[in-house]
Every structure is written in C-alpha cells, then in structure tokens.
Design a protein around this ligand. Sequence first.
Ligand code: NAD
Length: 324
Amino acid sequence: MDVFSNQRRAKKISVVTGGAGFLGSHLSDRLLEAGHQVIAIDNLLTGNVRNIEHLFGNADFRFIEHDVTNFIYLPGEIDYVFHFASPASPIDYLEFPIPTLKVGALGTHNTLGLAKAKGATYLIASTSEVYGDPLIHPQKEDYWGNVNPIGPRGVYDEAKRFAEAMAMAYHRYHRLDTKIVRIFNTYGPRMRLEDGRVVPAFIGQALANEPLTVFGDGSQTRSFCYVSDLVEGILRLSTSDTHNPVNIGNPTEMSIREFGEAIIKKMKTSSKLEFKPLPIDDPRIRQPDISLARELLDWEPKVDFDTGISQTIDYFRAFIESGQ
Ligand code: NAD
C-alpha cells in the first residue's frame, strides 16, 4: 500500500519533516504548486496544524504526526526528503535542548536512512548558526565558524553542524544525492508571535503598543529574508547538482535598533525601544554572502523589506483579531 494510491505515478513525491512548522508549511505549499505530492511529518513540538489545515482537502497532501527521532517507515516510492524538523528559535531550543540535539542527530540519521532506502534526493535545512559568532563578514560557505559547543546555544549550532557532517558522510559513503541549505534569518506569515525571534516579537509588541525589547544596545545586525524567496532558493537547490552547503538569505543587513525604528514608523505605534541585557553568545553580526547561490542556482532575493514586512504585519494583525 502506497501513501498515495496512484495507479500510474505522474507526480514527484516529497517528504517534508517539520511540515507543520513555519518554513515546512510554506515549502509544502510551494511543492504542491510545483505539482508534487507531499507527505508532511511533524510531532507538533513547535509547529501547529493550523499552518497546514488549508491543505487537508488536497488529495496530493498527507499529514503524519510522528517524531522523526524514531524510525520512519513509509510505503511506496519517494523522490525527495526535505528534513526541516527542529526547534528553530532560541526560545524553543533553549526550552527543548535535548530534543533539539536528538532531531539534528537521530532525526537526520533516520531521514537520511529513508532517503537511502528510497533512492531519494535529500535536502537538510541547516542554518547560519553553524557560523556561530562569525569572525569574518559576510559569511561565505567555506568559513568554518566560531561556535561555542558547550554554551546554551550549542545544542542547536552543534546539532546542525553534526547534521551537515552526517549528510556529507551519506553522500560520500553511500553516494546519496544530498543538499545542504544554510538558511539565514527568514521571516513571514505563520511565524509564532511568542517564539522569541525578533520579527514576530517586535510586530506583536507594536500591535499591543508595548515597548519593543532590544537586547544589548541594538547595534548587532541581522539580514532578513522573506519566506517566498527562501523557498524558491530551496527548490532550486533541490534540483541542482551541488552537494556542498549553499547560503540562502537576504544580504540586506540592518541593526536591530534600525529594525525596531522601522517597525515603529511603519506601524505608526506609540511603542518605544526598551533595552535589555544581551543573551549569552548572541551573534553580533550576520550577513550571508550569496555569490554561490547566484552562480549555481541563478537565485537572489526578490521581495524587498517593505513588501515582506507589510505582508507579515497583515498576517499577525489578522491572527490576533481572529483570537486564536
Ligand atoms: P518551526 O519551529 O516553525 O518548525 C519546525 C518544525 O519541526 C515544527 O513544526 C516542529 O513541531 C517540528 N519538529 C521538531 N522536532 C521534531 C521531531 N523530532 N519530529 C517531527 N517534527 C519535529 O521552525 P522553522 O523556522 O520553520 O524552521 C524549520 C527548519 O529551518 C529548522 O530545521 C530550522 O533549524 C531551519 N532554519 C530556520 C530558520 C528561520 O529563520 N526560520 C533559519 C535557519 C534555519
């Protein structure tokens, strides 16, 4: 019995772990649009079925509630495995340090095993956090990073570094077709207001006319990529023939203070900036060098900050008004 009861298979079949999360749900939408059948797997640790409920009537979509740190059995053929399951925001991985290490290690092993059994292409969602608090700027893929393995954030950074090593080992030893995307800060609809990431945090505080919490003096920088741009880059990477990591992100860099001021202006709120101590090991600078993505994937971000942030603000406004 196959997950999809196709008599003759016309469509690609993709597995998306973390499919009920922010990025996994957008990736599932985009794969369906591209004509794939999608099996989303998620244990709902930090995700929510709300993100995929619009897909429940779609004959090409299945949702399986499962923890991918346990063995994954799926009948039938599979063309792509996208491993996106993992707590992703500092609040989440500090609350779930061991599940974060497990999903990066055991979850990656299990999903690689699935891809190997099916002869599928494998793509792992890695992160700019593999660069840690970087000593070079902007960050290029050949930079090895500056990570504190035993600091509180090490559970996430090292899990992803292990996951990359595991994917490369499967590629080199088992000849699996693996891809590694190093995702830089991405934002958009379906983020969680309370996940601690700066975009939802500031928008939520501005909507409530509360002070916007800036950690440190706000001079630390981030580069924000809109979710549709990221997903386009991931799709292109999945069909490319590159196996080394590729940065996907938006190189337009701004300080957290500038970002807070932009939100206040855009949302015409009476909120002010409020400064709090910087958390331990918070990276000071972050900007992707995307020359490789430009060269290999002919990809670069298209959505400007004003457009992306407006769509995100609309989403959070509607979300709060719906009282969910
Ligand atoms: P998210 O928390 O919204 O989504 C992660 C999903 O994984 C959730 O739905 C969660 O329930 C699920 N999950 C966690 N552990 C699981 C397990 N053991 N089994 C099954 N499902 C599990 O986070 P996101 O922002 O969508 O991040 C998705 C992926 O992208 C993560 O791997 C993250 O590390 C990576 N990433 C995201 C960003 C970003 O800016 N959003 C940046 C870099 C990397």
